[in-house]
Design a protein around this ligand. Structure first.
Ligand code: C2E
Ligand code: MG
Ligand code: MG
Ligand code: MG
Length: 281
């Protein structure tokens, strides 16, 4: 089954995606049918409050259950979907799927937490993004406070007036914005001030070696301090060990996410996690 295949079961980069334009063409040709056939699915990874290890959010992460290639991770098709402009259509499906899932959980009496949706730069440049988003929330009876959007710092480099307007309007509608992979794409501190963001997510490349690499430790500590001074919440991504967790707690980080705490899981397991609510390690 799909679930028993671990991460790395199949990676196009193993067979050199960059060199294989035939594979590109094959995948791109299957995008639309795949959407119709229901081959895309969402997994969910919890965000935990560091102080109590309480689940305070989920992040939706897309997977493609390809009929021939098996489970494909987003790193292997999201860049292509962006290049082909399919991301706008796929992005609408993702927003709808998250709202549908929240409504189903609510009906089942599952205690809800906000779900974060990753949004690409290309989607931000879609002038229908905000209108579609709000219509989808209404359609499923989901309040904006249950949705968070994650945008990468690097996606802001291609900043346009439409993107800025989308972000402002989504924030005004009550959808919280998080800056993802923070520290990897230098957007400048002045951009932080202009954006209606509430959260920064420190990229996992700074977390992996935080115990030994003084530069990483300093970057993380400074980011936490800067974010707190701006009134923002800080999430550390990619926490893989207990030592990293201890370090981040001492550094005053607010929330954590990572394989040490919980790998991304399918909807049924996510519901069980929401019922359980608090982790202990
Ligand atoms: P991201 O938004 O920064 O998501 C975090 C990624 O790190 C996820 O990979 C997650 O499974 C992985 N991760 C979580 N904890 C750990 C850990 O402790 N160690 C390691 N090594 N990895 C960890 P995933 O699901 O393969 O997604 C990769 C990227 O693809 C995401 O990075 C995001 O940029 C993009 N993506 C995923 N889902 C969507 C989506 O629905 N829409 C869009 N536009 N992009 C998406
Ligand atoms: Mg993310
Ligand atoms: Mg990230
Ligand atoms: Mg990332």
């Amino acid at each position: 089954s799909v679930k028993s295949r671990g991460r790395g079961f199949f990676s196009f980069y193993d067979v050199s995606l960059n060199a294989s334009s035939a594979l590109h063409t094959e995948l791109a040709a299957r995008f639309r049918p795949a959407l119709q056939e229901g081959e895309f699915r969402l997994h969910f990874q919890p965000k935990l409050l560091l102080e109590t290890l309480e689940v305070v959010g989920l992040e939706a992460l897309i997977r493609w259950d390809h009929p021939e290639h098996g489970l494909i991770f987003p790193g292997d098709f999201i860049p292509l979907a962006e290049e082909q402009d399919f991301i706008v259509r796929l992005g609408r499906w993702i927003i709808d799927a998250v709202c549908r899932q929240l409504a189903a959980w609510r009906l089942d009496g599952v205690p809800l937490v906000p779900v974060a949706i990753n949004v690409s730069a290309r989607q931000l440049r879609d002038d229908k993004l905000t209108g579609d988003f709000i219509a989808t929330l209404l359609e499923h009876g989901i309040e904006a406070a249950l949705i968070e959007i994650e945008i990468t710092e690097s996606s802001l480099i291609e900043d346009t007036p439409v993107a800025q307007r989308n972000l402002d309007e989504l924030a005004r509608a009550g959808i919280r914005l998080a800056l993802d992979d923070f520290g990897t794409g230098f957007s400048g501190l002045s951009r932080l001030k202009q954006l209606p963001i509430s959260t920064v997510k420190i990229d996992r490349s700074f977390i992996g070696d935080i115990r030994n690499d003084t530069n990483d430790a300093v970057i993380v500590a400074s980011t936490i301090s800067l974010a707190h001074n701006l009134g923002l919440t800080v999430v550390a991504e990619g926490v893989e060990t207990r030592d990293q967790l201890v370090h981040l707690k001492a550094a005053g980080c607010d929330q954590v996410q990572g394989f040490y705490l919980q790998r991304p899981v399918a909807a049924e397991q996510a519901a069980a996690i929401l019922h359980k609510k608090i982790y202990s390690f």
